[in-house]
Design a protein around this ligand. Structure first.
Ligand code: TA6
Length: 293
């Protein structure tokens, strides 16, 4: 659907000429690219800073991931162990999604629903058929719901993540709360599994941790911006905390060398031990609910 959009929502050409929905309602401003169903911007009215971070160096072109916002990772997370040359984080973020529904609710919240179905192109990278539905509600708060359905006649195992990039005042001065006692896979230490000892995670170097067996809500405390970002979730047992720090930022062409202090990823996921297996005809939903205080 591209005609008859409600007041406050327009569809036009974004960066790189890619189709982009722009939201400007009483509740928030936001931007969603059909490419990857990629939410790139969300800022509730009255908040001085965008909630999501975007790299100034991001690519906006078919077949390339957008750097920032909320990449949708599916049907694998990180590298594909069975296909080392496959694109990291899967193919959902590399494809154009269909726009199924756009509404503005009475309070001014925007509801945007997009979908992606498997086709010959996705089957070349991931052999199983799938049907994805991704529902966003953008207002004073942000709700994201990714539903995976298995239309095939056999079971289908996948990983997934809402790889959310949050904008922060200075990553060296933020704290991540809610993961005390969880075990994490430390990707900066060859995948060693470690206990999260401290109640609070602070960032003082490259940090790349996949927390396991945790349904917990996470709070990102950012005194520099005078805000706390709360990330609650359902249908997810893994969470990722990532900041590339200096060297890795330099190694990424679509990430400015000086941008690392301004972001941190707090990701809602099912990966590693928590890959999801869907029987034929079944579906699974993962949600993230983001609020500010
Ligand atoms: O979620 C953290 C991570 O897996 C890091 O290892 C880093 O690779 C990041 O994702 C970004 O991945 P990308 O493929 O978007 O460059």
């Amino acid at each position: 659907m591209t005609s008859g959009l409600p007041p406050g929502i327009t569809l036009g050409e974004g960066r790189g000429g890619l189709p982009r929905l722009s939201v400007a309602t009483a509740r928030c401003t936001a931007e969603v690219y059909l490419h990857g169903a990629h939410l790139c911007h969300w800022q509730p009215r009255g908040h001085p800073h965008p909630v999501l971070w975007m790299s100034r160096e991001s690519r906006f072109e078919p077949g390339a991931p957008i750097r920032g916002g909320v990449p949708v990772c599916f049907p694998w997370f990180g590298a594909n162990a069975g296909a080392p040359a496959a694109p990291p984080h899967g193919i959902a973020r590399l494809n154009a999604w269909a726009l199924d529904r756009v509404e503005v609710e009475r309070d001014g919240s925007a509801v945007i629903v997009l979908s992606l179905a498997s086709d010959a192109g996705t089957r070349a990278a991931a052999p199983h058929d799938f049907a994805l539905t991704y529902a966003m509600r953008l207002g004073d708060t942000l709700s994201l719901a990714l539903t995976v359905a298995n239309p095939g006649d056999g079971p289908f195992t996948f990983e997934e993540a809402l790889h959310t990039y949050f904008a922060v005042s200075d990553v060296r001065h933020v704290a991540v709360e809610g993961l005390a006692g969880a075990t994490f896979v430390d990707k900066t230490a060859g995948g060693t599994r470690k206990p999260q000892d401290g109640a609070v995670i602070t960032i003082s170097g490259e940090t790349d941790r996949l927390y396991l067996n945790t349904p917990a809500a996470i709070t990102l405390a950012d005194p520099g911006f005078g805000r706390r970002i709360h990330v609650a979730k359902s249908g997810s047992l893994a969470s990722v905390v990532w900041n590339p720090w200096i060297a890795k930022s330099r190694a990424m062409p679509d990430f400015g060398d000086d941008e690392w202090p301004g972001m941190i990823c707090i990701e809602t996921a099912n990966a590693a031990d928590h890959a999801v297996t869907l029987p034929p005809g079944a579906s699974h939903s993962m949600t993230a609910a983001i609020a500010l205080s």
